[in-house]
Design a protein around this ligand. Sequence first.
Ligand code: 6GU
Length: 226
Amino acid sequence: MRIDIVTIFPEFFGVLDISLLGKARQSGMIELGVHNLRDFTHDRHRTVDDTPYGGGAGMVMKPEPWGEAFDEILDDEALVIFPSPAGERFTQATARELSEEKHLVFGCGRYEGIDQRVIDHTRGRARVREISLGDYVLNGGEVAVMAMIEAVGRLIPGVVGNPASLTEESHEDGLLEYPSYTKPSGWRGLDVPDVLTSGNHGAIAAWRHEQQLERTRRVRPDLLGD
Ligand code: 6GU
């Protein structure tokens, strides 16, 4: 998969050099391009924003640098994603869909947003999705894109070593994860549940499923449709 990011804070994405995603890049499974939006300006101050038409607080990102950046980056396979608190909600299902793409292009907005014509014009030459992480406001798309890339990257075949660790996880089956334990079996007066040391695999599976249901009912009843 190829991933391009357009941002005024390219340094933000330095952490993608490390950890699982860093390894995926070294092995060539993920190709990453981070582009500074200011490199597509032509004035001495490298201006990327201006005051909003109609008035109001804050600044709006100017369309021209975005147009030039996308002229250079987009191809026939690109899916363009604009992180935005006004977008559709990002879920594990979204991450799965994105992991099947060949080319993701993230356009990170700052200030009060990007001139709407950038999104409208981009829809004329590529598939576009506006995606939100959740119902809260971040200062810009950078941190959101980092989260999306981590969620998507680990679903690309070969990026996570053990594929089973992908399916036995919160949200993959619509339920929250069951609690995990390791040695020692007793620690500070707390014991590992007996069933886990019983060797009875059927009982263990049943216990884990019950734990998933209990936890989901308690903290995320919305996932059960209740
Ligand atoms: Cl994707 N962007 C911003 N700026 N704020 C958010 C968000 C995205 N998702 C939740 N809040």
